[in-house]
Design a protein around this ligand. Structure first.
Ligand code: ZN
Length: 73
């Protein structure tokens, strides 16, 4: 009877350790790609209506432009 209890305890301990090891070994989940957010960073050229990524937008008097041609033209 005592042997059975000890076996159950050992199995429980093994399972517990395995669960901890599993959490340790598993890589953290990758952050989801925020497509919606990326879409929000697009601006529309005030002159020709082209969608421009945020880093390529030329701002002039608070209006977005796709190129110097549109901005100055
Ligand atoms: Zn333009």
């Amino acid at each position: 009877m005592l042997n059975l209890l000890r076996t159950i305890l050992l199995v429980g301990l093994a399972l517990w350790l395995a669960r901890i090891a599993w959490r340790w070994l598993r890589p953290p989940p990758a952050p989801p790609v925020r497509q919606e957010e990326a879409a929000h960073t697009l601006s529309r050229c005030s002159r020709c209506g082209t969608l421009i990524p945020q880093e390529m937008t030329l701002w002039s008097q608070d209006k977005p432009f796709c190129s110097t041609t549109c901005r100055d033209g």
